[in-house]
Design a protein around this ligand. Structure first.
Ligand code: ZN
Ligand code: ZN
Length: 268
């Protein structure tokens, strides 16, 4: 009944116990996990993400070149993603893509060009996008506005940590807002105030594991089972039952990724 809308399970952090981690998530009621393939587009990371989703009926894949790796984006990575999408119906999103001006691992102009290009490709592939934005709110919104003028392509603003104003502008553009374990952190008062007000039909939950483990697991390796703590925090904030938060975030996930039309049963 819970959905982890953003996880990184194909990396080395899970090499010793990946299947157990997925089973632990099932045991606490996680019915779907969107595994986001990132990293160097030439080292097989996208293939690994698709392989994992092909192996597990409750794991889906998203593919895209992260803003950190934008400098590695080229024709070959573009073609690799496009052909994996054609080959596997388990790929349900293009991402994560966007801008990260905090780390600046790739030059900003390169990040912006690669973000634009991948938005176009996602539109051509008719896939929703997963957006990563850090310290680049203005530029992210500008690019989304110019590339998605018709609002026909839905998407997710993942690991949201911005202002209520940013959330509203993102929602106006057709995006959903996904909260991670950050909302459970002691100092995240401002973000909790935002999480309290985002429209219920645009809310998603995620772990972004192996990073950002929620309280009470903070500092440990994060995993999809811990998404329950994100839901619990949202339930308390919004004075709802855990069940209600689980159900509507799962329904929102099924809606945005059109799981019913993909022949897969929506998470229940
Ligand atoms: Zn991210
Ligand atoms: Zn991520």
């Amino acid at each position: 009944m819970f959905v982890d809308s953003h996880a990184h399970l194909d990396g080395p952090e899970f090499d010793t116990d990946r299947d157990e981690v997925i089973q632990r998530a099932r045991d606490v009621g996680v019915s779907a996990i969107l595994n986001v393939g990132t990293g160097d587009p030439h080292n097989g990371s996208f293939e690994r993400a698709v392989e994992l989703a092909e192996k597990h009926a409750d794991v889906y894949a998203a593919l895209g070149v992260h803003p950190h790796d934008a400098r590695l984006f080229d024709n070959e990575s573009e073609q690799r993603i496009t052909s994996l999408i054609e080959q596997s119906s388990r790929v349900i999103a293009w991402g994560e893509i966007g801008l990260d001006f905090h780390y600046d691992n790739s030059p900003r102009d390169v990040q912006m060009n690669v973000f634009r290009r991948q938005l176009q490709l996602a539109r051509e592939a008719s896939l929703p996008v997963i957006i990563h934005t850090r310290e680049a709110e203005k530029e992210t919104l500008e690019i989304l506005r110019s590339e998605r003028a018709d609002c026909s392509l839905p998407g997710v603003m993942h690991c949201f940590s911005g202002s209520l104003d940013l959330a509203h502008q993102a929602i106006e553009l057709g995006l959903y807002i996904s909260f991670s374990g950050i909302i459970t952190f002691k100092k995240a008062e401002d973000l909790r105030a935002v999480a309290k007000q985002v429209p219920f039909d645009r809310l998603l939950i995620e772990t972004d594991c192996p990073f950002l483990a929620p309280v009470p697991f903070r500092g440990k390796r994060n995993e999809p089972a811990f998404v329950v703590e994100v839901a619990r925090c949202l339930a308390e904030l919004r004075e709802l039952s855990l069940q209600e938060v689980a159900q509507s975030t799962s329904e929102n996930f099924a809606t945005i990724f059109k799981l019913d039309k993909r022949g897969a049963s929506p998470p229940s």
